[in-house]
Design a protein around this ligand. Structure first.
Ligand code: HEC
Ligand code: HEC
Length: 478
């Protein structure tokens, strides 16, 4: 029987075959060359990811998630990695979700919307993190986002990493899939079905779009022909140098090439033996800088105050560390795994370590007496003088600042972390009490000198704070 579908599928299969066959046949890239390239990139990724945690204690896509996807994979292939740093990165991603929970209720996350938590969930999932109430809270947040749409949209345009609706939608769908709550799965079904229809109909405008449409189609296992078509379209834009451009009018770069090879491989559209894949690997090997990095030029305007994370390429280092991660990730597809388990399954004690360091209050560092000081001297003041405007129960949250959890205080509001433990004079929270180049808090009256002295003492002791839940429970998962 003839119908349109099989004919179209045959034509598309043919298109893939032609584009693969037209590539020159050459011996595969030797394993030793792949290993050498990754071995050169790893120390840069490790140094910079650790540095960024010190410098800006927040979860980031560029210095946290992307390098960690590589560290995870490199570990599984027998490369030596700094496991302390890797676990710190996992802890930071997890802590980011804990800190975001009170914000989720207000419809946002520290990085805007779903992209940050979605990227964190991806990184945790591949390391073997089991779904729990914290990851479920992120997934629940996704379901509350963009409710009037049939897909999910990014918070802003910071191409290529943030700004594609396909990327945000993929991150959300992947995050939803990775959860195990039956109630959540039921609620996710309608949105997922709508997103599937959107994915089939929407137009991909650049490589970032195509890569994530391909990943999403594969994840949902919707339509084999659509998947093949997307793969064929990606293969068709492979440049003569073996790399992929981000947009039709740009030259090949390591970010576009790394993400494309990764997606073609992870969705089963190409195997590492395919000629197109081998040409892509050769492009990456020849475009790696002598220092082990890949340089990609920044296309987006600054949103965050710049800091030097010790990664090469100056102002381009944020996109370049992501590009170096994706290039390394792609090279690693062609290096056989030596470890079958996930990192966390192979290191059961690591889960406890990550949880302990992700807990906003590391109890082990504080004495009962210090917690009592907080309970008696600090919490009542925060509750009576600040919660009205800075808590989950506030009618209208001011300056995006939550003072009802330690995580909220550490993450801070519009101006960044409100507290530097042990350093009152550099802590916004303390300075606001004394009106030191800040609006006086609480706005209308200065607190008594003795109370301000208590705050100084409390911050100097490292800000012990046993509160784990916001003033009101933000989620139904417990
Ligand atoms: C959702 C992913 C994501 C998260 C989470 C994230 N960033 Fe970024 N960040 C980006 C992207 C995308 C860029 C732009 C990179 C480029 O193309 O140059 C960027 C760039 C930067 C830059 C360079 C200046 C600029 O604004 O372009 C700094 C500094 C920075 N981020 C700091 C942070 C800090 C601090 C945090 C934690 C609050 C953070 N980032 C969390 C995605 C993220
Ligand atoms: C009546 C509402 C109200 C109360 C009560 C209040 N604040 Fe504020 N707070 C604000 C507003 C409004 C801002 C934004 C001020 C600005 O940006 O000009 C703010 C900003 C801040 C900031 C700066 C946050 C940032 O990231 O920009 C800190 C720190 C702060 N408040 C601490 C406190 C503390 C500590 C208390 C209790 C002792 C408190 N506030 C009580 C309304 C309040």
């Amino acid at each position: 029987m003839l119908s349109l579908r099989p004919v179209a599928a045959t034509l598309l299969a043919l298109a893939v075959a032609v584009s693969v066959a037209s590539a020159e046949k050459a011996a595969p890239v030797p394993l030793a060359e792949l290993r050498a390239a990754v071995t050169k990139a790893l120390p840069l990724l490790e140094r910079s990811s650790a540095f960024a945690l010190q410098e800006r204690a927040c979860f980031t896509c560029h210095h946290g998630a992307h390098p960690s996807l590589v560290l995870n994979d490199a570990w599984a292939r027998g490369f030596g990695i700094n496991t302390n740093n890797f676990e710190d990165q996992l802890a930071r991603a997890y802590l980011g979700l804990i800190e975001d929970r009170p914000r989720f209720k207000d419809g946002w996350s520290i990085a805007g919307t779903a992209d940050g938590p979605g990227t964190a969930l991806w990184m945790l999932e591949v390391a073997g993190w089991k779904p729990d109430a914290t990851t479920a809270a992120a997934a629940e947040f996704f379901l509350d986002q963009n409710k009037n749409l049939d897909h999910w949209v990014p918070p802003m345009k910071r191409p290529p990493t943030v700004g594609s609706e396909f990327t945000t939608t993929y991150l959300v769908l992947r995050g939803l899939r990775s959860q195990s709550w039956p109630e959540l799965a039921m609620r996710a079904r309608t949105r997922t079905a709508a997103a599937g229809q959107w994915l089939l109909a929407a137009v991909a405008r650049n490589t970032e779009d195509s890569v994530h449409r391909l990943r999403a189609l594969h994840l949902l296992d919707l339509d084999e022909a659509a998947l093949k078509k997307e793969a064929a379209e990606l293969l068709a834009v492979q440049a003569a140098d073996g790399g992929w451009p981000q947009k039709p009018d740009t030259a090949s770069d390591a970010y576009a090439t790394g993400t494309t090879l990764a997606a073609l491989h992870d969705t089963g559209a190409l195997t590492v033996k395919d000629a197109a894949f081998q040409r892509g690997l050769r492009y990456l090997l020849q475009s790696q800088a002598a220092d082990g990095s890949w340089h990609v030029r920044k296309r987006t305007h600054d949103v965050q105050p710049f800091f030097d994370s010790s990664f090469p390429h100056g102002v381009d280092q944020f996109i370049s560390i992501s590009a170096t991660s994706w290039a390394s990730y792609a090279l690693l597809r062609a290096v056989p795994r030596t470890e079958k388990k996930t990192y966390l399954a192979a290191h059961p004690q690591a889960v406890a370590r990550v949880l302990a360091s992700a807990r906003p209050n590391a109890e082990q560092h504080f004495t009962e007496g210090q917690f009592t000081f907080f309970r008696e001297k600090i919490e009542p003041v925060l509750s009576a003088q600040c919660y009205e405007c800075h808590s989950a129960t506030a009618k209208k949250l001011k300056a995006g600042l939550h003072l009802d959890t330690r995580g909220g205080i550490l993450t801070g509001g519009d101006s960044g972390p409100a507290l530097r433990p042990s350093d009152p004079d550099r802590s916004l929270l303390f300075r606001s009490l004394t009106s030191d180049r800040l609006e006086l808090m609480p706005p209308k009256h200065k607190l008594p000198a003795a109370v301000i002295a208590d705050f100084r003492k409390w911050i100097e002791m490292g800000a012990p704070d046993p509160r784990t839940e916001p003033a009101a429970k933000p989620t139904t998962y417990k």
